[in-house]
Design a protein around this ligand. Structure first.
Ligand code: FES
Length: 107
């Protein structure tokens, strides 16, 4: 079990990291492996995060990125305006920056 203290060097991609997730008024610290989407990591951690298609099409995993940055392979279910406001699709979201990620499903 890795208990790394974060990316002090800031040089390496997010291999093993954690992110903060808010759902139904509860905060969770979710471990995430390299290449995992935020949704995959949440489900692996036993968090019943909203989702359906997992393909970026239905929008049921739409959530708000309160901090950090993600990359998304597909944003089909998001309008440009929602993207500008910081909404993401958790099923498509891969950590993209060393900044702490906070994903909020309580829209
Ligand atoms: S689960 Fe359908 S868009 Fe993410």
């Amino acid at each position: 079990m890795s208990q790394s203290k974060g990316n002090e060097s800031g040089a390496e991609p997010l291999a093993r990291e954690h992110f903060r997730l808010t759902l139904d008024g509860m905060d969770h610290i979710v471990p995430i492996a390299a290449g995992e989407t935020l949704l995959q990591a949440a489900l692996t951690a036993g968090i019943d995060a909203p989702h359906s298609c997992t393909q970026g099409r239905c929008g049921s995993c739409m959530s708000w990125l309160r901090s950090g940055e993600v990359s998304m392979a597909s944003t089909k279910a998001l309008s440009k305006r929602k993207i500008e406001r910081g909404y993401v699709l958790a099923c498509q979201a891969l950590p993209w920056s060393p900044e702490p990620i906070w994903l909020d499903f309580d829209l």
